[in-house]
Design a protein around this ligand. Structure first.
Ligand code: MRU
Length: 374
C-alpha cells in the first residue's frame, strides 16, 4: 500500500497528548510520573518549575522536552520583562541566554531540548524589535514547533505504516507515543495509522527497567487507544523474538547521529542485537528534529546517568545507598543494527553515513528554517 492510500487518523486520545496546551499564559503538562493511576495536570507559569518537571521526568520523551523547553523560554522571557520592564535589548538577550543555558541543561541526551533552545535564541538574536516583540516572537516559535511536531508525527506514521503494511505483531521499548509529542507519537504512530486503516495490530511493550516506562506509559496509552497489547520484562524480549512472535521491533529515539547510530532508552541496544540475531526488522521512528547533524556517532553523545531510587530495587525495597550502581538512562545502537529509519521525510533502509547524508543536509536546513532545530 502506498502512503497516500493510508488515512492519517486524529491523535488516538487527545487528552493523552504531552500537553494540555498553552492556555491563558501558562504551560499545562500531564504529570507522567503519576500515570497510569493518576491523570494529574500541572500548570506552569515559571520556567524553573518546567525545568524541574523535565528533570524529574514529569514530561519526557525527546520531542516533548524540546517543546517544554521552548515554552519554558517563553515563560523566562515574560519573567524577565515583568521584573525589569525598561530593560535594554542587549540586556534582555543576555538574560534569555542565561535562562536558555539552564533550560537546555535539564537533560543531556535528547537533542531536541538543546536544539529547540539554541534555535529559538538564535531566532530572537537575529530578529528586529523591542524585548516585548522578541518575547512574542519566542511564543510564536514555540507554537510553530508544536504544530511542526504534530505534522511530523502524522507524516512519519504514514511512511512507517506503508513500510510495515502486512505486519501485525510489534514490540516497542519505552514510550514513544502520543504522550511524548504533540501528535500521534513516533514509534507508535505507524501502529496507530495501521489500526486506523483497518489492519489488526498487537503490541508487546517493554522497558520494565529502570523506570517501567513501557509498562506504565505505553500500556496506558495503548489501552486508551484500544490497541491490544501485553507488557513484558525487558529480559523476556529475546525469547519472544526467537519464538517468531514479533513481526517488527519499533522504537523512538532521543538522538540520531550523522552516521545513523541511534541513542534511545537503555535496553534498546540489546533489543536490536536480539532482533538481528532472530531476523526481525528493527525500525526507529523519529522526527528530523531528533537527527543531529553535528554529532558524528553514538560514541560522542552524552549519556545521562540517573541517581537515587530508580537505580535498583531488591523486591520492593530500595537498595542501600552504598550499593554501587551503573545506571545509564540511555544506550546507543550502532546504525548497522537498524533495518530502517522512519522520519516525516520517508523511510531510509540500512542507514549509514553516506545513505543518511541527504537527510542530514535536509535536517540541518529544516532546523534553521523551522523552530524544531538548532
Ligand atoms: O527516560 P525517558 O522516559 O525520558 O526515555 C525516553 C526514551 O528513551 C524514548 O524512547 C525517546 O525519548 C523517544 S520519545 C519519542
Amino acid at each position: 500500500m502506498k502512503p497516500d492510500d493510508l488515512p492519517v487518523p486524529p491523535p488516538p486520545v487527545t487528552p493523552l497528548r504531552w500537553r494540555g496546551g498553552w492556555r491563558d499564559g501558562a504551560l499545562h503538562l500531564l504529570d507522567q510520573t503519576r500515570l497510569p493511576r493518576h491523570e494529574l495536570w500541572r500548570e506552569h507559569t515559571d520556567p524553573d518549575s518546567v525545568i524541574e518537571d523535565i528533570r524529574r521526568l514529569a514530561v519526557r520523551g525527546a520531542p516533548a522536552i524540546g517543546m517544554a523547553g521552548a515554552y519554558a523560554l517563553v515563560l523566562a522571557a515574560r519573567h524577565v520583562l515583568a521584573d525589569r520592564p525598561a530593560m535594554s535589548r542587549p540586556d534582555f538577550l543576555a538574560a534569555l541566554e542565561a535562562h536558555g543555558a539552564r533550560i537546555a541543561a535539564a537533560r543531556p541526551t535528547a537533542v531536541n531540548l538543546p536544539g529547540a533552545i539554541a534555535r529559538h535564541l538564535a531566532l530572537v538574536a537575529e530578529a528586529p524589535g523591542s524585548p516585548e516583540q522578541l518575547a512574542e516572537a519566542l511564543h510564536a516559535a514555540a507554537l510553530e514547533l508544536d504544530a511542526y511536531e504534530r505534522h511530523a508525527c502524522a507524516a512519519l506514521g504514514q511512511h512507517g505504516a506503508a513500510w510495515l503494511w502486512g505486519r501485525t505483531r510489534f514490540l516497542t521499548h519505552c514510550n514513544a507515543g502520543s504522550l511524548v509529542t504533540s501528535g500521534i507519537g513516533t514509534a507508535l504512530a505507524p501502529i496507530y495509522v495501521l489500526q486506523a486503516a483497518g489492519q489488526a495490530v498487537h503490541v508487546h511493550a517493554d522497558e520494565s527497567r529502570p523506570l517501567l516506562q513501557g509498562l506504565r506509559l505505553t500500556a496506558y496509552e495503548l489501552g486508551k487507544a484500544g490497541i491490544p497489547h501485553r507488557v513484558l520484562a525487558d529480559g523476556a524480549a529475546a525469547s519472544l523474538l526467537r519464538r517468531g512472535a514479533i513481526d517488527a521491533v519499533i522504537t523512538g529515539a532521543d538522538r540520531i547521529c550523522a552516521n545513523g547510530d541511534v541513542v534511545n532508552k537503555v535496553g534498546t541496544y540489546p533489543l536490536a542485537l536480539a532482533a538481528r540475531t532472530h531476523g526481525v526488522p528493527f525500525l526507529v521512528a523519529a522526527p528530523l528534529s531528533t537527527l543531529d547533524p553535528e554529532t558524528p556517532t553514538g560514541a560522542q553523545v552524552p549519556i545521562e546517568e540517573r541517581e537515587g531510587d530508580q537505580r535498583a530495587y531488591l523486591a520492593s525495597e530500595a537498595v542501600p545507598d552504598s550499593l554501587p550502581a551503573y545506571a545509564p538512562a540511555f544506550d546507543f545502537t550502532p546504525a548497522e543494527l537498524v533495518t530502517a529509519l522512519i522520519t516525516e521525510q520517508g523511510v531510509l533502509e540500512h542507514p549509514d553515513k553516506m545513505r543518511l547524508a541527504p537527510w542530514v543536509t535536509q535536517a540541518a536546513r529544516l532546523q534553521t528554517r523551522h523552530p524544531g532545530g538548532r
